[in-house]
Design a protein around this ligand. Structure first.
Ligand code: LLP
Length: 417
């Protein structure tokens, strides 16, 4: 987490101390670093050098409009999975011509909105969806630019919940069915065959699953060319992993090089798109929380904090590890092993098991690597308002989403007459 560092024992985001943010904004809260988002994005973009490419940031990872706007200013494209995400991209100043639309269950209304906005590609996930896209485009009297999202049946060697490219997953179209679907698409009057898309999973920490999938995708591209169907873009999905706990994923340079080399080796010269989410956002944010109480049982000690699984779901849902570190290292407390638990009435509401910490009630902790799939997966379970999001930019901080209020929790609800 390059942009989150200790100075005189105090954890800072860029130039701003996290305790000053907690004082001003309260806890729990998410704190992001603009420089971190930009550095991650540039590292991928620069790695392509002069190879034609587009980075489609996966909006689902962190969809705050400030984040999207920061990336749009860099010229980023976006990978979306709903009309809501497309509306966010447009609001943030993103260019719909640099948007790809993934997802297995796109509704007619969502497709109509995306096609009218002329997104670069509808990434089609079933033959039934292809038929629907043709119908919607015909009704709008226009053409829809599409890719078929293929499922190469490659094991990304990651958590099963975030593995998408295997045959038993609901995502994508199997290779043989995709070949037939392209032939069908090429005959459809309101369809423009633009690309091939593929996304095999998330938090992938080796290059081999990516290159294995690429080989299969390139094979399809060559078969299609023989049928007279020219693919204009390869969209190779997201999935590049990050360091949560000492993992050593490939660098952006190695990851990109493996793909560029892979296509050159096959004499294929196509623009590459990638859909990174976690790589750009994950280590660009932390969640700040305050210790409410310490509690010691015969067998366990608990640090009970004010953030719970409704604020950061990953540990409960995926047994994901997030480092938990003190905001202020200057303390006289002695180190003890704690389960760091939240306020939600669920035994799964644990942010971290067996963490060695020197803490007392009132201390602040930072839950690391929370910039991706953090706030976006938060909810109101136990009627807990969702936390604010703060963007640090050098020595400035901006509240990019204010804390939800208790009154807002019942807005939209009604009692019977
Ligand atoms: N493209 C598509 C089509 C995807 O489904 C995803 C993620 C991405 C790109 C971005 O993948 P990334 O670069 O972030 O790995 N909530 C889970 C992650 C779910 C990922 C779903 N799809 C988590 O917290 O680990």
């Amino acid at each position: 987490m390059t942009f989150f560092n200790y100075r005189d024992g105090e954890l800072h985001a860029e130039q701003i101390s996290l305790s000053s943010i907690a004082k001003q904004c309260g806890t729990p809260c998410y704190v992001y670093s603009r420089a971190a988002f930009e550095t991650q994005w540039h590292s991928l973009n620069d790695a392509f050098d002069d190879h034609p490419h587009t980075i489609f940031y996966a909006v689902k990872a962190n969809s705050n409009v400030a984040v999207l706007n920061i990336l749009a200013r860099l010229g980023s494209g976006f990978d979306i999975v709903s009309e809501g995400e497309l509306r966010r991209v447009l609001k943030a100043g993103g260019d719909p011509a640099k948007v790809v639309f993934s997802g297995v269950a796109k509704s007619r209304a969502e497709l109509a909105f995306a096609i009218s906005n002329k997104v670069r590609s509808i990434n089609i996930e079933s033959v039934a969806e292809l038929d629907r896209v043709q119908e919607v485009a015909a009704e709008l009297n226009t053409t829809a630019s599409i890719a078929i999202r293929v499922n190469p049946n490659v094991d990304p060697e990651t958590h099963p919940y975030i593995s998408t490219g295997m045959e038993k997953a609901k995502f994508g179209v199997t290779m043989e069915a995709a070949f037939e679907a392209y032939k069908k698409a090429a005959q459809m009057p309101n369809i423009d065959v633009h690309g091939v898309a593929c996304h095999i999973g998330s938090q992938i920490t080796k290059t081999s699953p990516f290159t294995d999938a690429l080989t299969i995708v390139l094979d399809l591209v060559k078969r299609l060319a023989k049928e007279g169907i020219q693919i204009k873009q390869l969209d190779l999905g997201g999935g590049l992993g990050i360091d949560y706990q000492g993992e050593t994923p490939p660098s952006a340079a190695d990851y990109v090089k493996s793909m560029v080399d892979g296509i050159k080796a096959q004499d294929i010269d196509l623009p590459i798109g990638i859909e990174p989410g976690r790589y750009i956002a994950g280590n660009s944010g932390v969640m700040l929380t305050e210790v409410e109480y310490l509690k010691h049982n015969d067998s366990k000690s608990f640090a009970i904090v004010d953030a719970g699984m409704n604020d950061l779901l990953r540990p409960s849902l995926y047994q994901a590890h997030h480092e938990i570190i003190p905001v202020n290292k200057n303390t006289d407390e002695t180190a003890k092993t704690y389960d760091v638990v939240g306020p939600v009435c669920e035994s799964a509401d644990v942010l971290g098991y067996d963490r060695t910490l020197k803490v007392k009630a009132g201390d602040l902790l930072a839950v690391c690597s929370a910039g991706a799939y953090g706030y976006v997966m938060s909810g109101n379970y136990n009627s807990r308002p969702r936390p604010p999001e703060i963007m640090v930019d050098g020595d400035d901080m901006h509240i990019v989403r204010r804390r939800e209020t208790l009154d807002e929790l019942t807005q939209g609800e009604a009692i019977l007459p």
